[in-house]
Design a binder for this molecule. Structure first.
Ligand code: MG
Length: 248
């Protein structure tokens, strides 16, 4: 079931989205080599709770932290811990806030200092594919138009596209219908309607589509060992076009 939100609902989700965006800003401001992924989680937890919101990833399906912090070859669901960030690494910070009963969800992949040129391109291209997909999320468009936009943009540039995980609807729950894959056929799938709120989140690998989960049961890594980028925004489909609710 896809739930449609009123303008007032979307305003409340925007509040939750701003808190999540704030948490990413705080991480970026403090990010430096030598930090651990646990340090990042602490920043996220602090920012979200200091707004009177709840880190909605904490305990979600049993996840043990406030943020998924995934480094280099880790695609998603990295568990914060003792891993130290080095100059030249990339780190994806995926988080969300629940505020007054409404959820947000966003992710950004940061470069730690200077990264290799092909990694810089991976980050820029993955982020660009997200914005192209958001632009495709207009009333009356099909879900497949959004998915296909990510796929076409990233395939053209030779990247691998993670297909085992995808974006999703969001609202009272973090994960609602519909699923929003990063691959699909233009002109196919559900029609987007005014008041739908979805998360679009390309997960793009430098080499190869394939991924697997580590023995910890959570962390998803690339089969190739190549690095992976992940950018996500929560958006509302509105009569004025797509509205980004987690803008930084
Ligand atoms: Mg998400």
């Amino acid at each position: 079931m896809v739930s449609v939100k009123t303008k007032a609902d979307i305003e409340k989700m925007h509040e939750a989205g701003k808190i999540a965006a704030d948490a990413l800003n705080a991480v970026e401001a403090k990010l430096r080599p030598g930090m651990t992924t646990r340090d990042i989680d602490k920043i996220v937890h602090h920012v979200i709770t200091s707004h009177g919101a709840v880190p909605n990833f904490l305990g979600l399906y049993g996840f043990p932290a406030s943020a998924c912090v995934s480094v280099n070859e880790e695609v998603i669901h990295g568990i914060p811990g003792g891993r130290k960030l080095n100059e030249g690494d990339i780190v994806s910070v995926d988080l969300g806030a629940r505020y007054k009963g409404w959820n947000s969800d966003t992710c950004y992949t940061f470069a730690v200092g200077q990264v290799a040129p092909e990694i810089r391109r991976l980050l820029d291209d993955t982020e660009a594919s997200l914005y192209k997909a958001i632009e495709a999320a207009q009333i009356g468009a099909r879900l497949g138009d959004v998915s296909h936009t990510v796929e076409a943009y990233c395939r053209e540039r030779g990247y691998g596209i993670v297909q085992n995980y995808c974006g999703h609807g969001i609202g009272r729950e973090v994960h609602e219908d519909p699923e929003v894959p990063n691959h699909g056929k233009a002109g196919h799938g559900m029609r987007l309607a005014d008041g739908m709120t979805i998360c679009i989140e390309p997960m793009i690998n430098l080499v190869g589509d394939a991924v697997h989960t580590l023995k910890n049961g959570w962390t998803v890594v690339t089969d190739s060992g190549s690095w992976s980028a992940h950018f996500e925004h929560m958006i509302a489909i509105t009569e004025n076009g797509p509205m980004i609710l987690t803008k930084r």
